[in-house]
Design a binder for this molecule. Sequence first.
Ligand code: ARG
Length: 457
Amino acid sequence: MWGGRFTSGPAEIMEQINASIDFDQRLYQQDIQASKAHATMLAACGIISDSDNEAIQDGLDKIAQEIAQGHFTFQRALEDIHMNVEARLRELIGEAAGRLHTARSRNDQIATDFRLWVRDSNDGVIGQLREALSALLDKAEQHSAVVMPGFTHLQNAQPVTFGHHMMAYVSMLRRDLSRFEDARVRMNESPLGGAALAGTGFPIDRNQTAELLGFDRPMANSIDAVSDRDHALEFLSNSAILATHLSRLAEEVVIWASDAYSFISLTDAFTTGSSIMPQKRNPDAAELVRGKSGRIIGNLNALLVVMKGLPLSYSKDMQEDKEPVFDTADSINLCLAAMTGIIKDMQPNEERLRAATGKGQITATDLADWLVRELGLPFRDAHHATGSIVHLAESQSCQIWDLSLAEMQKIEPRLNEGVFSVLSVDESASSRRSFGGTAPLRVREAIVAARQELGLS
Ligand code: ARG
């Protein structure tokens, strides 16, 4: 490849550590797309002839076909996807192939290919996130008034609705969606024409290649164009945050599907059996969504560490950017697909959810609020009186709503029958009508608003 300067070949281990073709062949479509745009521009600017350009275009189309059909032999000796494609092009069209690399370097070539690939993956995640959101919204709507315990510290806290809990994840995934959309805007600039690092003396048209590749504009600085991997870091970082959200939901699915909770059931579609215990139905898909968050978070760290000490512009270290990104893209794709399936599959067990609210004095806050509202007690005093009533109920192994009025009046004599109306779980949930609260009415409004803003019917 650089025979002019070199007299002997590389050591075997040199070839091994240097070659990226084993993984960067995944960039073949983007590599060919970018080369076609570059050749078109070179011809339009009079830098290569129209007939050379035509030969290049036909040859590249043929190569794309060969690779797609599995007829292409990738060679390690040719290092990477760029050299593999170019070498084949020379076999196919001869001398004209050598003109393709005019006014270009592998540095701006890889920056362009990779950016196109990350952009495609980013778009894929956006589409999948919308499907996950749609599934969550449907689940929330179907169960907007189903009561369940809301937890803090995994202790019963206050009644909430299943729909409201689902809508918490809608809020989280909507922020994820906006992060991917936002990153796309920033990444959509073309590095092509940055050449090795300094730009080129040839009269190229960077606007034309940018436009042909669907970029909004060329990157402003040629050194930055070949050095920058922010787009990959943002993709990894947005994916890590998304994976963290999916992992929290997965964790709840695992807990909820356990025998002790039985809050939800999963069908055979998203569970597996045990090779020894015939009765088992394990939530493996959710566990793997939770588990894969580990590598997705690790991939972000891996590339941050690769990049942090690199001087400008290109260093070969940057070849280490591909595998973490490919792995994250594959993993996040699987996690989103699996989680969307799990969301659709899971059925809340309404009786168990309601029964679970029958523990932990879950409407104690409602009692305290009643004392504030009806008797004008300062909240701190109401909290104290309620604490004593809770203590009384616990000493009798019952819930506060099981106590008689007379028993409660021993603690707060001004209490009256009216208090019982706020102690029920349904009343508690439907009373929380503040904006963003758990009342079924608010949940349904939130669903309508989210569907509208997301353009989901
Ligand atoms: N395979 C290389 C990479 O992934 C392509 C760029 C090589 N550039 C160079 N100057 N050696 O980074």
